[in-house]
Design a protein. Structure first.
Length: 646
């Protein structure tokens, strides 16, 4: 059975003869299946991938706080009901489970989870993605570790092997790792799980159904509008699957749960302590939009569920039953369902119902006119615009035909703003910043521009997949190369680095082809061969150096418009009035020998109780005075810019 499952799994994966490519393809597919229940977008899945040089033997780390994926250190800390789950995943294309991957994780995980160490104290060198995830974990622990209601650490070793054929010494090694981590925390549950071909296929076969059923007590109806009374435990079963909240029910509003605010405390209090009063008498209920409703007996089948009002109530009910899993609460909740295929009506209802409570701006972007306009314009070009996370993906649309707001933002930042390095750094949180959001999604932009941007990026993706580098190919590689290759290719095609929107609107996409991209792709690889990682593509200086070389090689004019280009996303670094006393304090705290360790600026700032930019400004002043070499990363330079070789 295990052997056949391995064959079936291999048939699901794109075929390639390159060993490293096989590993990357398998890793991406496995992560997508394993994290399926959390309904993560492709960007969120990508955010958790740390595979590459200095990854500590780990391919993916996903941190969930109260069921929400944490992707950035500036996350909002909830006020109560702390449920922390961490997934640490290593993936190997091997046809069996081996000891080496477990040994690799043993050392790195003990460092990752050791709260006594700062990032700059770690004994081994780790990549940026590893350190970013660790910074998030440390912040969570510093703020709420002792208050956690649930703390689960899930370690998954994934391969194409058969979990029924794992040797006893491999099991023993996994148990050693599990107990080693368990010894670090008194309140954690640590699980080590082997995931083989059979298990991956099981994940794959669990398709999300667009049709959801719920039992009800009674109902009223008028036309396509329905009101149901539903038992609380039935509603909990409706909104959860294997104990995980069905976040795809909530579309763009999923991040809007307000935690321990007054309203949610009142709902929780009613659930816990007012069982003599029927819940629906104390609560406004739930509003669901759907495409179709079918009632059979005391069961209603709802197609394409979108819970547009009652998010706070739903999550509070979910948390209540999660902490009381044997609770057979017989009280009821009122559920209103409107069946309609009218998109504009749905959007108006979503916006009006969500404006009744405090909701982050980013949760309402999906209903913006510009977003609906882009969706309609792209649909005429056979592209599906997911203004609500995973809306089309859950309907079975091929992801290659799907465009997300963040994907378009990458394209606009690269090709219109001409900031490919900034595009790589862009994250979805920019949409909650009104000023940054309007830089890209402006009503003044010609709608015909959006499908062109999308198609240019899609054609670049196809080229990169066909002509990938034989080593280190991953989604990260695609995201890093796509902006700069697209920008350089268009610059060469238009013979101008300063091409504009009108040039793009006149673009014949047949001219944007593999032949155009091929030489530039090789130029990028030759010029970036000494870079340490794909994170180097986020560096403005690196991208500018490539642009200059390409300009010289192909005689493309207006390179100065790129070199001197203003970045509207960049925060202004504050200027401090530094006195000699403060500069001297910084001088005394600097290590005697350069290069200083990574994190030195932050460490000194913490010791002095000031912001890091103030310390950086003082160090820059000392460098300008000639007291220290100018340090960039771990390299040293004199005042004339000559590298000091150690």
């Amino acid at each position: 059975m295990g052997k056949n499952d391995c064959i079936l799994l291999d048939n699901l994966l794109p075929q390639t003869d390159n060993v490293r490519d096989k590993g990357a393809i398998f890793e991406s597919f496995a992560l997508e299946q394993i994290m399926k229940d959390y309904d993560l977008s492709r960007e969120e899945l990508q955010n958790g991938i740390i595979d590459g040089k200095n990854d500590g033997g780990i391919d993916g780390i996903y941190i969930f706080l109260n069921g929400n994926l944490v992707t950035d250190i500036n996350f909002l800390i909830p006020k109560n009901m702390y449920d922390l789950s961490i997934y640490i995943i290593t993936s190997k294309h091997d046809s069996s489970f081996k000891q080496a991957p477990i040994d690799a994780m043993l050392g790195s995980l003990n460092e990752f989870l050791d709260l006594s160490k700062k990032n700059y104290d770690l004994s081994a060198e780790y990549n940026v993605e590893f350190l970013n995830q660790r910074s998030i974990f440390l912040k969570i622990c510093q703020n709420i570790l002792i208050y956690l209601d649930k703390f689960n650490i899930n370690i998954l070793y994934v391969s194409r092997g058969n979990t029924d054929e794992i040797s006893s010494n491999i099991f023993a090694r996994s148990e050693l790792l599990r107990k080693s981590i368990l010894s670090l925390f008194s309140n954690a549950n640590v699980f080590f799980k082997f995931v083989g071909s059979s298990e991956i296929l099981e994940f794959y076969r669990r398709k999300k159904s667009r049709k959801s059923n719920i039992n009800f007590l009674t109902y009223l109806s008028e036309g396509d509008s329905y009101i149901f009374l539903v038992k609380l435990n039935e509603y909990y079963n409706f909104i959860s699957d294997n104990g995980i909240l069905k976040r795809y029910f909530f579309d763009s509003n999923v991040r809007a749960y307000m935690g321990d605010n007054r309203v949610n405390r009142d709902i929780s209090e009613t659930l816990k302590n007012k069982k003599d009063i029927n819940f629906w008498n104390m609560n406004n209920g739930i509003t669901i939009l759907s495409d179709k409703v079918c009632i059979v007996g005391n069961n209603v089948q709802i197609e394409n569920v979108q819970i547009v009002n009652g998010l706070q109530t739903s999550e509070t009910i979910y948390n209540y039953f999660k902490s009381n899993e044997n609770n057979e609460d017989s009280r009821s909740i009122m559920v209103k369902v409107l069946a309609t295929n009218n998109k504009e009506l749905k959007d108006n209802i979503i916006k009006s119902t969500n404006n009744q409570t405090s909701v982050e701006i980013s949760a309402l972007r999906a209903t913006d006119k510009i977003q609906r306009d882009i969706e309609e314009r792209l649909s005429s070009e056979n592209l599906y615009y997911e203004r609500r996370t995973n809306y089309y993906f859950n309907m079975g649309v091929d992801y290659k035909d799907i465009v997300t707001p963040l994907y378009l933002a990458y394209a606009y930042t690269s090709l219109i703003l001409k900031l490919p390095y900034q595009a790589i750094k862009l994250k979805s949180r920019f949409m909650s910043d009104e000023k940054k959001y309007r830089i890209i999604f402006s009503d003044e932009i010609n709608l015909d521009l959006w499908p062109i941007l999308a198609k240019v990026f899609k054609k670049t993706d196809l080229f990169l997949e066909k002509n990938k580098i034989t080593t280190n190919f991953s989604e990260k590689y695609l995201r890093s190369y796509r902006p700069v290759l697209s920008f350089l290719s268009l610059s060469k095609l238009f013979n101008n680095f300063n091409f504009n929107e009108n040039d793009l609107l006149r673009l014949d996409l047949n001219d944007y082809n593999d032949e155009l991209m091929f030489d530039l792709f090789n130029d990028i690889n030759n010029l970036s061969c000494n870079w340490n990682s794909f994170n180097s593509f986020k560096n403005k200086k690196n991208i500018n150096s490539i642009c200059i070389k390409v300009s010289e090689k192909y005689n493309i004019p207006n390179i100065e418009s790129i070199i001197d280009r203003n970045n509207p996303f960049q925060k202004e670094i504050p200027k401090y009035n530094l006195d000699e006393e403060f500069i001297d304090k910084v001088r005394k705290l600097l290590p005697q020998q350069q290069p200083w360790p990574v994190g030195t600026h932050s460490r000194i700032a913490k010791e002095l109780g000031v912001f890091t930019p103030k310390v950086s400004q003082a160090i820059h002043e000392l460098e300008n005075r000639g007291e220290y070499y100018i340090q960039k990363g771990q390299k040293l330079y004199d005042k004339d810019g000559n590298e000091i070789l150690s």
